[in-house]
Design a protein around this ligand. Structure first.
Ligand code: PEP
Ligand code: MN
Length: 338
């Protein structure tokens, strides 16, 4: 249920509602909007009629059921877009954030060279996996904590905040120690204990869409994180698996406006994994801007041919630079800016 306060309700009135919600056995989630405050009461739907009495509490305008299954990330509860800040870069407002870097951190020279190049071209954040989810156990699995240290070195040299994947519960602490944002990969989107645990950290989370996840399942996964208290979630469309084999995945651009309709969370696009083909990355980046994406996640490698993973979809630093220039005009059309 959602308890909508009148415009100008006092903090005391909001606190009273929060306390009553708690007493009735529900979890209160106050959302302080520009216009008014609402309190979401989340819990077992069967007891929700008890909350209806709150309609006569001081400062309450109305008590209504939330129909969307994702109570906290849905647009029913909050119409204004949520802005998620990663190391000073804002996703979800007029700023358009670009996260760029290699698929994996492979070594010191590789990550530093990439970080310098993407920074010079105007990237806002650096990406790179230190823990890699690979289809084969014999493939390169990432440099683990050494990789995180190299990312931290690249951050101190370039000033770029860092985004990196956390694959399991055991590694959350160490990844959170170094990273500015935690990435949850496509393969882990329904690892509910991992989602709950990152929901208990204070780090922003980039939640990739699962390769077989419906939009509803993806939003329910975001709900797991937010329901634990971490509201700083950015969704990332990275393509889904279909019968098409020409591209690595089918980049589902329409998911971007759909998510914007259904949720207040920011959504970014990853055309690198979305297509798997370097030559398609620039055009699909432009298309993602037109679709309303709040940012991009792009793989860039100084030597794609020698990359340990995802070389075929990685842009060369020069290609990334050209794309960043081209995007300026597209962003202006959408009334956004870097
Ligand atoms: C990645 O970003 O390198 C990655 C492994 O992404 P995904 O989880 O979308 O496959
Ligand atoms: Mn990759």
């Amino acid at each position: 249920m959602v308890i909508t306060m009148v415009k100008g309700a006092t903090q005391e009135q909001v606190d009273h509602v929060i306390n009553r919600v708690q007493e009735l056995g529900f979890e209160p989630h106050p959302i302080y909007g520009v216009e008014r405050t609402v309190v979401a009461a989340v819990g077992d739907e069967r007891g929700k009629y008890q909350l209806e009495g709150l309609e006569s509490a001081p400062g309450v305008e109305k008590v209504t059921p939330i129909l969307q299954p994702y109570k906290l990330v849905g647009s029913e509860i909050k119409r204004e877009r949520t802005i998620v800040d990663i190391a000073g870069v804002r996703f979800g407002g007029s700023q358009f954030g670009v996260i760029a870097g290699p698929c994996a951190v492979e070594g010191r020279d590789q990550i530093l060279e990439t970080a310098r190049a993407v920074k010079a071209s105007g990237a806002h954040l650096l990406r790179g996996g230190a823990f890699k989810p690979r289809t084969s156990p014999y493939s390169f699995q990432g440099l683990a904590e050494d990789g995180l240290k190299l990312l931290a070195e690249a951050r101190s040299e370039t000033g770029l905040g860092i985004v990196t994947e956390v694959m399991n519960l055991r590694d959350i602490e160490v990844v959170a120690e170094y990273a500015d944002a935690l990435q949850i990969g496509a393969r882990n989107i329904q690892n509910f204990s991992l989602l709950r645990e990152v929901g208990q950290t204070s780090k922003p989370v980039i939640l990739k869409r699962g390769m077989a996840a419906t939009i509803q399942e993806w939003l329910m996964s975001a709900e797991y994180i937010v329901s634990e208290g971490n509201e700083r979630v950015i969704l990332c469309e990275r393509g889904i698996r279909t019968f098409e084999t020409y591209t690595r995945n089918t980049f589902d651009l329409s998911a971007i406006p759909v998510v914007h309709k259904l949720s207040h969370l920011p959504v970014i696009a990853d055309p690198s994994h979305g297509t798997g083909i370097r030559d398609l990355v620039a055009v699909m980046s432009k298309a993602a801007v037109a679709a309303g994406a709040d940012g991009l996640l792009l793989e860039v490698h100084p030597d794609p041919e020698g990359a340990f993973s995802d070389g075929a979809q990685s842009l060369l630093p020069e290609q990334f630079g050209t794309l960043m220039e081209t995007l300026q005009g597209y962003l202006a059309l959408e009334k956004r800016h870097f």
